[in-house]
Design a protein around this ligand. Structure first.
Ligand SMILES: Nc1ccn([C@@H]2O[C@H](COP(=O)(O)OP(=O)(O)OP(=O)(O)O)[C@@H](O)[C@H]2O)c(=O)n1
Ligand SMILES: C[C@](O)(CO)[C@H](O)COP(=O)(O)O
Length: 213
């Protein structure tokens, strides 16, 4: 079955407070987005990569592509105002059915084993969403009060989130402009069951300046 990866890099990184969007910041002299793409390439050489970018940074991406991925066929789509709109933009470039992993460009520490596990689960059950157990205690806010909750009832959701192309496309079509923070929520809102796979604690999403350290 054909395998795709949509690397969403359409955000502007307001919480990072950097003039350059965080996906382009250098770690070990290499842009974060390049580290991320390399993880997918090392998980499976056949995977088709689609990168979703902010329109204002297409030129920056072209320079990165020229330097790090010369002669490689990486498709690009223009991002939207929300992450969901960016994912939808990437999905429109996929014509054939198959499996698609959707991954944040700013999760460069994802291990290829997690990528492969998410594809395997999606092949077997329709979805494979990376998640980890909570390590801290959890409380629910209720007005001015907070109430202890059982952390074993919750997981923290990461990416990759992998699905059958036809099913996730249909889910996004149905979801419309809803406020979804991830693809598993869109898939579930369309009536599908979400299967989880083991993520990892080092698969962090670089969000605020301390994450960069
Ligand atoms: N309109 C958007 C918003 C986010 N993303 C991508 O979704 C991933 C996770 O989003 P987040 O960490 O929130 O990134 P930003 O939106 O850039 O950050 P912030 O919310 O701080 O502005 C990132 O790879 C980001 O580039 C996207 O493709 N399109
Ligand atoms: C998709 C995600 O990384 C799963 O944890 C997360 O929901 C993205 O949230 P953000 O607010 O766009 O950073």
């Amino acid at each position: 079955m054909k395998k795709y990866a949509i690397i969403v890099a359409g955000g502007t990184g307001t919480r990072m407070k950097s003039t350059v969007p965080k996906q382009f910041l250098l770690v070990d002299d290499v842009p974060i987005i390049v580290h991320t793409i390399r993880k997918f390439q090392s998980s499976n050489k056949e995977i088709e990569i689609i990168v979703v970018l902010p329109e204002a940074h297409i030129k920056r991406w072209e320079a990165i592509q020229f330097q790090f991925f010369p002669d490689q066929n990486i498709q690009t789509a223009i991002g939207g105002i929300t992450r969901s709109a960016s994912v939808l933009s990437g999905l429109t470039l996929i014509q054939e059915d198959g499996l698609v992993a959707i991954h944040d460009a700013v999760r460069p520490f994802v291990h290829p084993d997690i990528i492969n596990a998410s594809f395997k689960a999606a092949d077997e059950s329709g979805s494979g969403v990376a998640a980890v157990d909570l390590k801290d205690s959890i409380r629910e806010l209720e007005g001015a009060k907070s109430i202890a909750r059982d952390r074993s009832n919750y997981v923290l959701v990461q990416t990759p989130q992998t699905f059958r192309v036809s099913a996730i496309k249909a889910a996004y079509k149905k979801a419309g402009a809803g406020l979804f923070t991830d693809d598993a929520s869109v898939y579930e809102a369309a009536g599908n069951h979400v299967s989880l796979v083991a993520g990892s604690y080092d698969n962090i999403k670089i969000t605020t300046p301390e994450d960069l350290k």
